[in-house]
Design a protein around this ligand. Structure first.
Ligand code: CP
Length: 325
């Protein structure tokens, strides 16, 4: 995430403006511009929301998936990118299992590249939509995060962000931090707005060295102690596809780190519960919590479309070499 705070404020403001704009005028913004979605990993939320976002702005989109394209025959990322450019793509949205793939693609194609998640590295638009979700629940006067049931009247959604917007707000990220690009992007973003970030999980999924990840970030192994300090709890899925032989005892994991209704009621009855998805009901959280009044999980999904409209618009209208999401 190499966006500065004014650029983040601008994206948030554009997301709000585009979301409320008449679809009949909004779809002229990128009318007939060509955008390729290049997905080497499966996705539901990110792929669909990027596609809906681009189409809402009038762009034509095409999906290239590793399972149904010449990537299966061995075509490289470089050659795939050059081919998409030759076909008229003006920007590429990429999800890849290797960290740094978006950077490489940009070097090779010189097109605007949007990172839809690269390996264990980053998922910048997820962090932006997570930020928008938190801001819609942030009461500016009391600097408290109000969960869904009693949403803040003075929500900070439309305001410019600064280095103190989230001061006094503690966000706990729980679970498989080691393999999570969502955790990494949020760890890079939220402390810059003044949030305190607690990382919580077992040593196998959260090495001790994470305590040195940056200012405003600390490690707490005791989930209930972390919950008691939190206004926002961000649960993560165990990324089975990236464990590479690491054995996790799921029974022990659930005992220590599953977010249950009982735990939530006892230790964080006013916290906002978030999860980037996909959720695994009965593992990192119970169905009751996922569907409960403190859950903002589907709101996060909804914010994905607005944020990605703003990001796609920026990519196709900004001057080259500005900060990218
Ligand atoms: N949050 C997220 O990246 O979900 P998908 O893998 O479904 O895109």
């Amino acid at each position: 995430m190499d966006l500065d705070l004014p650029a983040i404020s601008q994206l948030l403001a554009r997301a709000a403006a585009l979301e409320s704009q008449d679809p009949l005028t909004r779809d002229r913004i990128l009318l007939k511009r060509r955008i390729a979605l290049l997905f080497y990993e499966s996705s539901t939320r990110t792929r669909t929301s990027f596609e809906l976002a681009a189409k809402s702005l009038g762009a034509d989109t095409t999906l290239v998936s590793s399972l149904s394209s010449s990537i299966e025959k061995g075509e490289t990322l470089k050659d795939t990118g050059l081919t998409l450019r030759a076909l008229g793509a003006e920007a590429i949205i990429i999800r890849h299992n290797s960290s740094g793939a978006p950077w490489l693609l940009e070097q090779e194609t010189r097109l605007p590249i949007l990172n839809a998640g690269d390996g264990m590295h980053e998922h910048p638009t997820q962090a932006l939509l997570d930020l928008r979700t938190i801001l819609t629940h942030l009461d500016l006067s009391s600097k408290t995060v109000i969960p869904s049931e009693a949403r803040a009247a003075s929500a900070a959604e439309g305001s410019a962000v600064s280095s103190s917007t989230l001061s006094g707000v503690t966000v706990t990220i729980v679970g498989d931090i080691l393999h999570s690009r969502v955790a990494r992007s949020n760890m890079l973003l939220l402390p810059r707005l003044g949030a305190r970030v607690i990382l919580c999980g077992p040593t196998q999924l959260l090495p001790d060295s994470a305590a040195n990840a940056g200012p405003g970030i600390s490690v707490e192994r005791d989930f209930e102690a972390a919950l008691r300090q939190s206004q926002v709890v961000m649960m993560l899925r165990i990324q089975a596809e990236r464990l590479a032989g690491l054995q996790i005892d799921l029974g022990q994991y659930k005992d220590a780190y599953q977010l249950t209704g009982q735990r939530l009621a006892a230790h964080a009855p006013k916290a906002l519960v978030m999860h980037p998805g996909p959720i695994i009901r009965g593992l990192e959280l119970t169905a009751g919590v996922a569907d409960g009044p403190q859950s903002a999980i589907l709101e996060q999904v909804r914010h994905g479309v607005a944020i990605r409209m703003a990001v796609v618009e920026r990519a196709l209208t900004a001057q080259p070499k500005e900060g990218r999401a």
